[in-house]
Design a protein around this ligand. Structure first.
Ligand SMILES: [Cu+2]
Length: 115
């Protein structure tokens, strides 16, 4: 096998493994625009029941996406429990923005409660 073929094989393999992960990791982690004031950070923790996660990687991907978003203090996504517990800065995120994000990843939010 020459170098070019080997490279093609590697690229194809990378494409295959990147694909399912990509569905859990959308590029559009568009946070709510920042408000001017930052002195008083208000946090809120919500528990969301999520439907549509088909494997542990879905939960891990979603969790990683959340952790990359502005205003996320803490994010834990549990595949088996089918839920996410997210603590966020209310100036940068809202229950709605989080839920919109989850839906944009291809999942459904069945229930949200403030904890
Ligand atoms: Cu999955």
């Amino acid at each position: 096998m020459n170098i070019t073929n080997r490279l093609r094989l590697i690229l194809a393999w990378a494409g295959l493994v990147a694909l399912p992960l990509g569905t859990c990791l959308p590029v559009a982690a568009s946070p709510v625009p920042q408000n001017g004031e930052q002195s008083s950070v208000k946090q809120k923790t919500v528990q969301m029941r999520i439907a549509g996660m088909t494997c542990a990687a879905c939960a891990k991907g979603l969790e990683a996406s959340f952790r990359n978003m502005a205003g996320i203090v803490k994010a834990d996504v549990d595949y088996k429990g089918g839920q996410a517990v997210i603590t966020f800065d209310t100036a940068k995120q809202s229950t709605e923005s989080l839920s919109t994000f989850i839906v944009s990843c291809g999942y459904r939010v069945k229930e949200t409660k403030v904890v």
